[in-house]
Write a protein that binds this ligand. Structure first.
Ligand code: SAM
Length: 312
């Protein structure tokens, strides 16, 4: 399937749709059970440039309406992946996945995984530990859900390992296609030196969504992102031959999403490849990794332990 145009309103005959406006308006136009995969990261109600902070219960009420609509448009074998972090109020955190879980469970959806997305960069906290993970709640509508592990397998740690006893003794024990990536995903978040960085303060790395697209949908299936931002989910879908539809409230982000989607369609969008190892600045010999001050004694003893355990 070659996609070359982006429609502004939904029709089943389109292949890519970007609606500029409120997601509830777009959702109202989507037929029942038409979407195979819904991947999104809603506003976290933190008062970012694109949102107005409201009381937590009001925010959850609004999310509940959006979730109900998403469930209506989801196919019976489809999946919803809701990616969130923490709501923070006067220094106290509320993990939004915990707060939002009832909206899905109450409507009969089943949680298949709570994927931990770990990244290295973010705000430095002084009164609590700095947050370095967010979560993706993966729900399915029924038990007959589509899930294909093979396209997202990752290289085995010990591909040469063999069974040492039993009828298969001596044969290689691991799957040659690779191993299950597990539910802790180490994927760099999009900060200033990331190849995908735009002006959006919290865009998805495309590779994060690619894993979901490849394992939870088939070619030409519809993927929906009700909070599309600069279009990263839609791009991950288009990249792998899925139809993609999203809504974004702010014209500025819509324009960037559109431009990036067009670049993706013509094969010119730069993105970080899936499964590329995380950049190790020390291995790369960057001068910034050389300490210009003496090592703190606690850090020195930790380093000694690491060196000792890696050499034993
Ligand atoms: C966390 S960001 C999503 C970023 C996106 N995952 C990406 O990769 O660019 C949430 C987005 O939802 C948009 N938004 C907020 N309220 C909305 C609404 N009612 N309908 C549609 N979009 C909305 C915001 O402008 C923001 O860009």
């Amino acid at each position: 399937m070659t996609i070359s145009r982006i429609a502004t309103n939904f029709s089943r005959h389109e292949q890519a749709v970007l609606f500029e406006g409120d997601c509830l308006e777009l959702l109202a136009c989507l037929p029942d059970e038409s979407m195979q995969l819904i991947v999104t990261s809603p506003p976290y109600n933190l008062g970012k440039s694109y949102e107005r902070k409201s009381a937590l219960d009001k925010y959850l009420e609004w999310q509940d309406v959006v979730v109900a609509e998403c469930i209506r448009v989801l196919r019976p074998e489809g999946s919803i992946c809701w990616q969130v972090g923490n709501f923070v109020d006067s220094g106290a955190i509320v993990p939004l996945d915990i707060a939002l879980y009832p909206s899905f469970a109450r409507r009969g959806l089943k949680l298949r995984n709570r994927i931990i997305w770990h990244f290295e960069h973010g705000l430095h906290c002084s009164r609590r530990l700095s947050g370095r993970h967010e979560t993706i709640l993966w729900f399915t509508k029924t038990d007959q859900y589509l899930f294909d592990l093979d396209p997202i397998r990752v290289p085995q740690k010990y591909p040469g390992k063999k069974y040492f006893k039993g009828p298969k003794a001596g044969q290689y024990s691991c799957n040659p296609l690779g191993k299950n990536p597990g539910d802790v995903w180490v994927i760099p978040n999009v900060k200033n030196n990331h190849v995908e960085k735009t002006v959006h303060p919290c865009q998805f790395p495309i590779e994060l969504v690619e894993r979901l697209v490849l394992s939870m949908s088939r070619s030409e299936d519809w993927l929906l992102d009700p909070f599309a931002g600069v279009g990263s989910s839609l791009i991950a879908g288009i990249k792998h031959g899925r139809r993609a539809v999203g809504a974004e409230l702010l014209p500025e982000y819509c324009a960037i999403a559109r431009e990036r989607m067009l670049q993706c369609m013509s094969g010119f969008l730069k993105s970080r490849p899936m499964n590329q190892p995380v950049y190790d600045s020390e291995k790369a010999g960057r001068s910034l990794t050389t300490r210009p001050f003496p090592q703190h004694p606690a850090a020195q003893s930790l380093q000694d332990v690491i060196i000792e355990s890696s050499s034993s």
